[in-house]
Write a protein that binds this ligand. Sequence first.
Ligand code: MN
Length: 379
Amino acid sequence: MEYVERTTSEVIALLPERFREDKKVCAYLERVWEYTKKAHAGQRRRSGAPHSEHLFCTAKILSKLGMGPITLSAALLHDTIEDTDTTEEELTRLFGEETTLLVLGVTKLKKKKNTLKENSFKTLQHLFSIAARDPRVLIIKLSDRLHNMRTLEYMPPTKRKRIAQETLRIYVPTADRLGINILKQELEDLAFQYAYPKEYAQTVSVFTKRLTQCSTNITNASQTLSDVLTKRYARTVHVQLRTKGLYSFYEKLERKHGDMDIINDIIVIQIIVATISDCYVALGYVHALWQPLPGKLRDYIAFPKPNGYKALRTTVYIKSSGVVEVQLFSEELYERSQSGYAFDFAHSIMPSMFLNKQSYKISSMIRNVLRKRFSRRRH
Ligand code: MN
């Protein structure tokens, strides 16, 4: 397969829309892209792709999460210190401290004397200590790992298993704790396949069988619900179906000792409305249409999960399809349920290094006030 390097405009297109017209931001990202392409020139991935393809794909995953220019730049530069002649000092001089710290966080520590195990332990320790200063480093690391998992087939089989197990043990729980559901689900399903191939194959066959059994009925039910809501309620509402991930299905099946009949969330109905109060109104319509099961209503809006997840959940009995779970979100809550902690960064304002001096002064004034208050509290 022939690989063509990505163009600058493809890289610029990764920026959130509000940054794409900003000349300073675009010039910075362009400089980062030119630099990293040159630094990695001639290096190839095992798939045969130029290394820059891995950098671009990592940044693309972050772009889907809505991450801004600094995070995208760090993603494009994330292998420079590890795999090229670039030094920390050079990166700081060219691209600033903020970006460099993020790159350092995802850089592997290698000492020849240590075993592989010692080195990967030290690397993780280093990653988490930098994450305490800037948590975006974790989101970059997870995206880097996701692209490595997507291309794991090119690795030798012995390495595949070790990497997949490490993904399940460390990166999946991290993504879960940060509430970044999109990353979590793809990471665990890919890792599942390589870490436990036999169980994976079994799960696929059980899962598909069950899915074909219930999908037609549930599609009809969700159509009915969608009609009722649009007709009687007449506000923005979107109804969709979501299938469970394979690994989380497998885990649940293990927990329930293989009893498939009590797993009601292979396909769930998701309702997305404009505001939080609309969630409660729509819930009323759901319960009027179908009988809710007692004790199954979960109000994660009033009582969010520890990772910040907020939604309403109920389980109802539908004559044609049996027991079905229904989840309700506002648009914002839905987005947050997908990208979790990354959502907060995605909606943050312009990074200070791109601000003009006037506004920078103001933000440093606020910082000083905060610092004073903070130190006073400590005494
Ligand atoms: Mn990488």
